[in-house]
Design a protein around this ligand. Structure first.
Ligand code: ADP
Length: 483
């Protein structure tokens, strides 16, 4: 490869299963979206090997769960430190498979390694309860126990960060976890396995498998030894997993699609709102599940806002993620480009006006111009479907009620944003928005101390915060009688 890593051993094409590192020369090709070159070939594992991973996890779990939380915490902490120490190398690997600018890759890695640090600390605080009993001869105790073998299926938009968010709480709770990364971006997952081993995570506790998604998904959903599935990806696949896992009544955490509204009220600070929208919309080329998909601006500001946003968007430097100064890399693949184009042409046909961008970038490939539209409306596809690309449509509104009702007019409910300086409006709107995360006067909301997750069809469960570890725990009520 063309990577110049300080530690070349972090770049591996091998899956981690039980005590084995498995490579395969005719497996799945990983392509660099900036160059279209093959970066590596990772295995397409057969179902038997997926079962081996589940068996190894099951065998490894009792000893891991039995260790004092302080010991599990020390290992997680060490893993966190190794990731931070090697963040520059990991960023190169991430950019090579995903395309985002190196600085963003490093940001993803460090910000999400913090979930390992956080859950290393939470591991020690898995408190139970002693509840006053309804009769004298009894005591009511509540224990929290690790749920069992966990599996994670993760997406390509945050190839590194979506793994540490899930592995952190699983390992902290005392569970092993098997990760199936997205086929487009498995290398970040494999490098995390190298560092996990180095940190002292025992064999079978953190494994990575690659191969046919539907086959692995089916095995995860139907293998009786899998207790829990944590998935980040599309709502369509999330629904399918929920159905497949229904027979065994497995526990699922789902982080699915979003369609975030971004509202600017007439009392907002316009320039701050433009800045917030730039971050909420154009980060990772618009390819995040919390990206602003629809921007609602009060009619008194809407046109000025759209012009300013257009100027800022045109100033973004599009290019390879490895080049210094790049703000926006290529989109993940041609399907992403085509979806963006179809949303733009649908909007233009239905009366929107182009403020900036609008077409494929002169660099070719899957590069696209950051695009701003004015005069968008609820009739357009972009109002109801997640664009997942650098397209910012501005819709104007008159009343707060109208803005809230348009914002909630979606089956999704992950993130929402609004800008206001009015305290009463802050509470009224904050409480009325049907979404799991609401950013007020900010375009950047995720951090390890806060609960991340969605309402409605955006998912089930929460990641991060004191709530995140509950997803990996069972509650046991111990009834002690005859006292
Ligand atoms: P996207 O459209 O963003 O690629 P997906 O939901 O298709 O989102 O992918 C997210 C993750 O789910 C990836 O790891 C992908 O390989 C995996 N995946 C896709 N289809 C299935 C499936 N049928 N069963 C299990 N995992 C799947």
């Amino acid at each position: 490869t063309a990577l110049s890593l300080k530690d070349p051993t972090l770049f591996t094409d091998a899956c981690r299963v039980a005590d084995r590192w498995i490579s395969e020369t005719d497996g799945i090709a990983v392509t660099n979206p900036a160059t279209d070159e093959t970066v590596a070939i990772v295995p397409s594992l057969p179902v038997e090997t997926i079962r081996d991973a589940v068996d190894a996890a099951k065998a490894a779990m009792p000893a891991w769960a039995a260790r004092p939380a302080k010991e599990r915490a020390a290992i997680l902490r060490r893993w966190y430190e190794l990731i931070v120490e090697n963040a520059d190398d990991l960023a190169q690997i991430l950019t090579a498979e995903q395309g985002k600018p190196l600085a963003e890759s490093k940001g993803e890695i460090v910000a999400n390694a913090a979930y390992l640090e956080w859950f290393a600390e939470e591991a020690k605080r898995v408190y139970g309860d002693v509840i006053p009993a309804p009769s004298q001869d009894r005591r009511v105790l509540v224990l929290k126990q690790p749920i069992g073998v966990c599996v994670a299926i993760t997406p390509w938009n945050f190839p590194n960060g979506m793994i540490t968010r899930k592995a952190g709480p699983a390992l902290a709770a005392g569970c092993p976890i098997i990760v199936k990364p997205a086929s487009q971006t498995p290398l970040s997952a494999l490098s995390l396995a190298v560092l996990a081993e180095r940190a002292g995570v025992p064999e079978g506790i953190f494994q990575v498998v690659t191969g046919k998604a539907a086959m692995i998904g089916t095995e995860f959903c139907t293998n009786p030894d899998v207790a829990k599935i944590s998935f980040t990806g599309s709502t369509e696949v999330g629904r399918w997993l929920l159905r497949e896992a229904a027979n065994d009544v497995k526990r699922l955490s789902l982080e699915l699609g979003g369609n975030a509204p971004f509202i600017v009220f007439e009392d907002a600070d316009l320039d701050e709102a433009v800045q917030g929208a730039m971050i909420a919309k154009f980060r990772n080329s618009g390819q995040t599940c919390v990206c602003a998909n629809r921007i609602y601006v009060h009619e008194s500001l809407a046109e000025t806002f759209a012009e300013k946003l257009g100027e800022a968007a045109s100033a973004l430097k599009v290019g390879p993620g490895t080049e210094t100064g790049t703000d926006q890399g290529p989109l993940i693949d041609m399907a992403a480009v085509e979806k963006m184009e179809s949303h733009i042409s649908d909007a233009l046909e239905k009366g929107a006006r182009l403020v900036s961008g609008g077409k494929r970038h002169a660099l070719g490939g899957t590069y696209f111009e950051p695009t701003v539209l004015f005069g968008a409306s609820q009739k357009m596809r972009l109002a109801h479907e997640e664009t997942f690309a650098p397209l910012a449509p501005v819709v104007s509104f008159r009343t707060d009620e109208e803005a809230i009702s348009m914002a909630n007019d979606t089956e999704f409910g992950l993130a929402a944003y609004f800008y206001t300086n009015d305290l009463r409006r802050m509470f009224r709107v904050g409480e009325a928005l049907e979404s799991g995360i609401v950013g007020v006067n900010t375009g950047l909301i995720a951090n390890e101390a806060a609960p991340f997750g969605g309402f409605k069809q955006s998912g089930l469960g929460r990641e991060g915060s004191k709530y995140g570890i509950e997803e990996y725990l069972e509650i046991k009520y111990l009834c002690v009688a005859g006292l």
